[in-house]
Design a protein. Structure first.
Ligand code: HEM
Length: 290
């Protein structure tokens, strides 16, 4: 069983040309298995979640009914990225499983949209959002250990409530960052192999071996994204995660959900700036935006 497909170059060298397409099915079946194992674990084995209690009544009383979570720009980015990702996945993989159509043009157009949306996201997240909110911190690591110990029946203090993003979401973001950037980095060069509106076609830009490895990396990132996106959609649809999904549509989550899962000290509620309110007079857990 070979994970790659090979061909002989005009110079007699054996070069990889792309991944073996059965890997598509490996990714789909792994995604389905994950659903089954995770849903069974939650239904029959997982203990109810417990957090160290964090917020005082004073803080709880100061939390608005709708807690702002994603700005309009962040939501538009998310849905544009999601639409382009789905178009990329379907245009890339449907032809490999027997549904033939002229996929390349749709694919590079969706690839361009994804690339531009990610460039926007990098600038937006670095300069206009809280850049560090999505990276694991020391409390996440300490709490991951506590959660594992408690899950296997050992004695450990209850973990804190989450900051804006739970550790799982932060790890997922890291995985999608690596696979997404691999698909984009290779995809931009692969546009030299096809006709686009951006630059003249130049299949001689790299050697056969370099092109082959680039196609392999693109394909591996692609099948990785099948699994990652299946898992993402599964969590987005799970009943207990629906408030988070709704916040990606409407921009806010309810006070009850916020207080149940999030620690106002780790993720203070942002209020629009007002001329009279002073940050010093706000209880801890609420801060002025901007
Ligand atoms: C979800 C993300 C993506 C997936 C799943 C994906 C998947 C694929 C797959 C499986 C192929 C066939 C490769 C082969 O024959 O070995 C392909 C080709 C291609 N991809 Fe992507 N891709 C993605 C993102 C992108 C992006 C972001 C771009 C451009 C910026 C891009 C540009 C291309 C081009 C130009 C080809 C055609 C190459 C050719 O036919 O010679 N892709 N993609």
């Amino acid at each position: 069983m070979d994970f790659l497909e090979w061909a002989r170059s005009p110079w007699g060298q054996n070069v990889p040309i792309h991944i073996a397409w059965f890997l598509i099915w490996v990714a789909v079946i792994s995604g389905l298995l994950f659903f089954i194992v995770h849903a069974t674990y939650l239904r029959y084995f997982a203990k109810p979640r417990q957090f160290a209690s964090s917020s005082s009544t004073l803080i709880a009383a100061s939390i608005p009914e709708h807690v702002p979570r994603h700005s309009l720009a962040a939501r538009l980015f998310h849905w544009i990225m999601a639409a382009s990702m789905f178009i990329l996945l379907f245009t890339a993989f449907l032809p490999r499983v027997g549904i033939r159509f002229d996929w390349v043009t749709y694919h590079w157009i969706a690839g361009t949209v994804l690339t531009l949306s990610i460039l926007f996201h990098i600038v937006h997240a670095s300069f206009f959002l809280d850049f560090w909110a999505i990276w694991p911190d020391r409390i996440d690591m300490r709490d991951a250990r506590r959660r594992i110990l408690r899950a296997i029946g050992k004695d450990a203090p209850a973990p804190d409530k989450f900051a804006k993003y739970p550790l799982e979401n932060k790890l997922y973001h890291g995985a999608i960052l690596i696979t997404g950037l691999s698909a984009i980095g290779t995809g931009v060069f692969m546009m030299f192999r096809v006709r686009t509106i951006f630059f003249p076609r130049n299949p001689y830009l790299f050697s056969d071996m370099t092109w082959g490895l680039m196609y392999v990396l693109h394909g591996l990132a692609g099948v990785g994204l099948i699994g990652l996106i299946m898992v993402h959609v599964y969590f987005g649809l799970r009943p207990e995660k629906r408030p988070i999904t709704k916040s990606m549509i409407f921009g806010w989550m309810s006070r009850d959900f916020y207080l149940e899962e999030h620690d106002p000290r780790r993720w203070p509620v942002e209020r629009p700036p007002t001329s009279s309110a002073s940050a010093d007079s706000e209880p801890q857990g609420v801060r002025d935006a901007g």
